[in-house]
Structure formats: structure tokens, C-alpha cells
Design a protein around this ligand. Structure first.
Ligand code: F6P
Length: 528
């Protein structure tokens, strides 16, 4: 970053300039991100807070990386720049781990917080996924949870905040970056301590719903919103979600809140809180997916995998459509199967030829709504298979575990198309992974209009899980479209993704809080 771009901070309304500065727009890979970070933060380490850990402990000296792309990008940055990560423990091993970097890189420290099972149950299954998730995915009938769950959620957030405060006594991070709906109150708990704090940034990964009208705003929602106002910046995936958040703030605070397009100011008991509610659509590393999809060894592995599933060219001559989602009701499994059935009704010649391959690892089975949904989705798939199977061919092939990205990428690439049918989704990275893995190929993506991806990318073929019959027609038309037109669309989408990649996403989240910290302290960070 040049001194002139640092000077942009003098103008408090310069977020667009900041996030659109050439240095950020030009980021393409991990090296660029590390350079950006060094220039913006110098040697001060980043402190990241998440519900889940970025690595899985497999035994002494042996760590593996879970599939999550975003967490891997943050992990790579921290491995290179040093830093600290605080997360709730997912696997065995010691409470504190040194996650090593590659040769010459410092690696980072991972604080793994042990939460007693009953407390964790209330926090994770009870309030996070029994209340917040269904509420913000517009599924009010699936809301469960009790006052005790809210109490557990508060307590876990309080413990995490206490751990962050403890770590601030040991080292001074450039900023604290907290993630997702499971951790909304960490900032509030930190502010309550009265300690001097570095900038606090938060990223809300999921949708924000319309402000409830009938029945008023639940008290817990008021608490979450007030909690979010404790951060200096709250990032959203799309303008729609950011604007809905602002609407909720206005519904709660009325004329005590004002918004100038950059800064939200709210007069609260302790004084005026000023925060930046930003829009930062999350993304992937498209080049990484392209490379994995092109790799001959990966492709061979994918062909063998398909053959094991009965999806080789002989037994499924029309190929397969692919979908990849945790088995979550917000992903629209039932709607997708309805679309598939409607597609067969539109063009029965696809029976015996074109299957749906759904990669559907189970998820959150400690929550009743998830258990019931998994049963419903499985029985609907079984029903289609009973009704339409022909010889060795089945319409629906389900893989109930998550697959490594190096296998997924060629599976996307070899598919006849991809179905993303979420009824609500903060972003949906599967759509982006598919486009990158297609590498300008001729298989179409069909993406639900209720996803952040559909809201933030142009030129995609949209479907609507609320209307499976119409969606089936869109899919039918997409499948018979001249492949050259599909290739053109896919190439354009890939060009967009290469520009709007996960490295740029990270930098645009970090730039404002980092630069405001250096301007506040009167020192501009120097490259390390
Ligand atoms: O943003 C949605 C999210 O909670 C992510 O944080 C997480 O990676 C994903 O869903 C999986 O959820 P869980 O951590 O509950 O398995």
C-alpha cells in the first residue's frame, strides 16, 4: 500500500476508495495478501476468533486442515505473518497449540477453549443453531431453544472475551477479528471490561432477515444487535443484508441512530457508538480450484470415485448434476429433489440417463430440526430412487460425508451441471467453486436467487426453490443451451471471481480497521 492510499483515511467517508484502491483490487494470491497485511499492519499480529478451530488435532505433532476454504485462507495468512487464533476446541490434544508455518514462517498460536458439554449444548445446539440460525434463515417454524440456551450463549461469549482480554495482556494485536453468529456478543463483553482495546472487527457470515413486524422485535434480537454495535466494523455479505441490519437498528433505536452511508452512529447509555457496517462478499481462491480440477491425478481419482458410485459413462450415459451441501434445511434438499422430479416429467428421456449426485454430509444432529430434516431428505431421495430406478441406474446418488476439495474440483468439472437450491444462504461458495472448477467449460450452474452469490454476481442462471416446476424448466433450458453460450457465461463468471477472490475479501475486511488503528496511534505501519 502506498502512502497516498494510507492518506485516504483522512477522509472518514472514503471506504469505497479504501476497498477499491488498486492494491486491494489487484490481490490475486496468498503472497499479495501477506504483502498487503505487512504494509497495513507492520509486524503487529492479527487475532482471530471463531467458533470452530482452523486445524484438526490428529495426535502429537500431527495436524490436518478441515475443508473450509475461508478458514484456510485466514490460516495461511497467520501462518506467514504470525498471530493468534482463539476458538472453541473441536478435537483432542493440548489447550494451546503452536500451529507451524512452512519453513521460515513463524506459524501462529492457537488457543483452544474447552467448554463444558452442557454449556456447549446450550450455546451451539440451543441458541446458535436452535434460534439464531433458523431466525436469520427465515425459518421461524424451526426455532427452538430456551432462556437457558441464551444464558449459555452469553456465558460462552463472555468466556471467549475473557480469553481475548487475557491474550491482550501478552501481546498487542493489530486488530481482533471475530467471526459469525456464534460469537456476536464477544465485542460487548470485551468493552464491558473497560480495558483499552485494539480495533474490533466482526464478520456476519449468514443472511440478515427483515425486521419482524408482527409480535415486535424479540428481546434477544435487541441484545444481538446491541452486541454487534460494540464492534468498530461489522461486515455483511451483501448490501441487502447490511441494509436489513440497519433497518433493525432503526427499528430499535429510532432517532437515536443515524447513518451517513459509511458510519452508523447510535446514541447509547455510555455515549455515541460509531461503527462501519460494510459489505464484503466472501469468495474463494478460483485459481486453486482450477488447478485442482485440471490435475490429471485428481481427475483419475474422480473417475474411479464416479465408477464406484455407478456414475460412469456406461451406467449414467447422460452424466450427473452435482450438488454439495451440509444436510441443512436452509440448503433446499427437498426443493431440489422436487426440481429433479419435475425435470424428468418435462423430459422423460433423461430417465435412465441423467442422475443427481448429492454430496450431503450430515450436520448439527444434536438439533432436533436437523435430525428430522435429514430423515425427510433421505426418505424423499429413497422415494425417487424407488420410483424411477432402471437397472443399475438411480436418479439420486447420495454421498453422506464431506469430500476433499481435490476430489470435489474434478467432480464439479466432470459434471453436467451444478444445482444450488438454498432457500436462504449468506453467500454459497459451492457455486463459486463450481464456476472456478469448470474453468470456462460448458456445464451450467443453476443457483438459487436467495443466495448471496446470486445477489452479488451478474449473469448467473437463477432458480427459485419456492417454485420447483419453474426452476425445472430453467434447468431444462440451461441443459439444452448451446455449450458455447454456457462457456462464455462461465468464462465471464470466472474472470469476475479471479478479481473478487478470497484474498481481496480478507484485505477489504481488514483495511479500514487496520488503517484507522495506525492513524489513531499516529504511526503508519512500515513494511516489516
Ligand atoms: O457461516 C455458517 C457456518 O456456521 C460456518 O461458520 C461454518 O463453517 C458452517 O456454517 C458449518 O457449521 P457448523 O460449524 O455448525 O458445523
Amino acid at each position: 500500500m502506498t502512502p497516498s492510499s494510507l492518506a485516504l483515511l483522512d477522509d472518514p467517508h472514503s471506504a469505497d476508495n479504501l476497498s477499491g484502491s488498486p492494491d486491494i483490487a489487484g490481490l490475486r494470491g496468498p503472497e499479495d495478501l501477506v504483502r498487503f497485511y505487512r504494509e497495513a499492519a507492520g509486524t503487529a499480529p492479527l487475532l482471530v476468533v471463531t467458533n470452530r478451530e482452523p486445524v484438526v488435532w490428529k495426535g502429537e505433532g500431527c495436524l490436518s486442515l478441515p475443508p473450509g476454504g475461508v478458514s484456510q485462507t485466514i490460516h495461511r495468512l497467520l501462518s506467514r505473518t504470525g498471530g493468534r487464533w482463539i476458538a472453541l476446541r473441536d478435537s483432542g490434544g493440548p489447550d494451546g497449540l503452536r500451529v507451524p508455518g512452512d519453513e521460515g514462517d513463524p506459524g501462529y498460536r492457537l488457543d483452544r477453549m474447552e467448554i463444558p458439554p452442557a454449556l456447549m449444548e446450550g450455546h451451539y445446539a440451543g441458541f446458535s443453531n436452535g434460534v439464531l440460525w433458523p431466525f436469520f434463515h427465515d425459518e421461524p417454524s424451526r426455532i427452538s431453544g430456551s432462556v437457558e440456551d441464551l444464558v449459555a450463549y452469553r456465558e460462552v461469549n463472555r468466556r471467549v472475551a475473557a480469553r481475548v482480554l487475557e491474550s491482550l495482556r501478552e501481546s498487542s494485536p493489530s486488530l481482533v477479528w471475530v467471526h459469525d453468529y456464534q460469537m456476536a456478543l464477544v465485542g460487548r463483553e470485551m468493552r464491558r471490561s473497560g480495558s483499552a482495546l485494539p480495533p474490533l472487527a466482526f464478520f456476519w457470515h449468514i443472511p440478515w432477515v427483515e425486521t419482524p413486524v408482527s409480535g415486535g422485535i424479540p428481546r434477544w434480537l435487541g441484545e444481538i444487535v446491541t452486541g454487534l454495535l460494540s464492534y468498530d466494523q461489522v461486515g455483511f455479505q451483501t448490501e441487502l443484508y447490511r441494509d436489513r441490519f440497519l433497518e433493525t437498528v432503526f427499528a430499535l433505536f429510532g432517532s437515536r441512530a443515524s447513518w451517513d452511508g459509511e458510519t452508523l452512529s447510535v446514541a447509547m447509555e455510555g455515549g455515541i457508538r460509531r461503527i462501519h457496517p460494510g459489505v464484503f462478499p466472501i469468495s474463494i481462491d478460483p485459481d486453486h480450484f482450477r488447478m485442482m480440477a485440471r490435475d490429471p491425478a485428481n481427475t483419475l481419482r474422480a473417475r474411479l470415485f464416479l465408477s464406484d458410485l455407478g456414475l460412469d459413462e456406461k451406467r449414467a450415459p447422460g452424466g450427473y448434476l452435482i450438488s454439495v451441501d451440509r444436510l441443512d434445511y436452509s440448503k433446499g434438499f427437498l426443493e431440489r429433489l422436487d426440481m429433479l422430479e419435475a425435470l424428468y416429467a418435462l423430459d422423460p428421456s433423461r430417465l435412465g440417463r441423467l442422475s443427481l449426485l448429492q454430496v450431503a454430509p450430515s450436520t448439527r444432529l444434536s438439533v432436533d430440526a436437523y435430525r428430522r430434516y435429514a430423515e425427510a431428505a433421505e426418505s424423499r431421495a429413497a422415494e425417487l430412487n424407488r420410483r424411477y430406478a432402471k437397472g443399475d441406474w438411480r436418479p439420486v446418488v447420495t454421498v453422506s460425508r464431506s469430500l476433499d476439495p481435490s476430489l470435489l474440483a474434478p467432480l464439479y468439472n466432470l459434471s453436467r451441471g451444478c444445482l444450488v437450491t438454498a432457500t436462504r444462504d449468506g453467500m454459497n461458495l459451492v457455486a463459486k467453486e463450481f464456476l472456478a472448477s469448470q474453468d470456462g467449460g460448458g456445464s451450467p450452474l443453476f443457483v438459487s436467487r436467495h443466495t448471496g452469490t446470486a445477489m452479488t454476481m451478474e449473469g448467473l442462471s437463477l432458480v427459485d426453490p419456492a417454485d420447483p416446476a419453474l426452476s425445472a424448466r430453467m434447468i431444462h433450458e440451461g441443459l439444452i443451451l448451446d455449450p458455447r453460450r454456457v462457456e462464455k457465461k462461465n468464462r465471464e463468471a470466472l474472470a469476475f471471481l479471479r478479481e473478487h477472490n478470497v484474498y481481496r475479501w480478507m484485505a477489504s475486511n481488514l483495511v479500514r480497521p487496520l488503517l484507522s488503528a495506525s492513524s489513531r496511534s499516529g504511526t503508519l505501519a512500515r513494511p516489516a
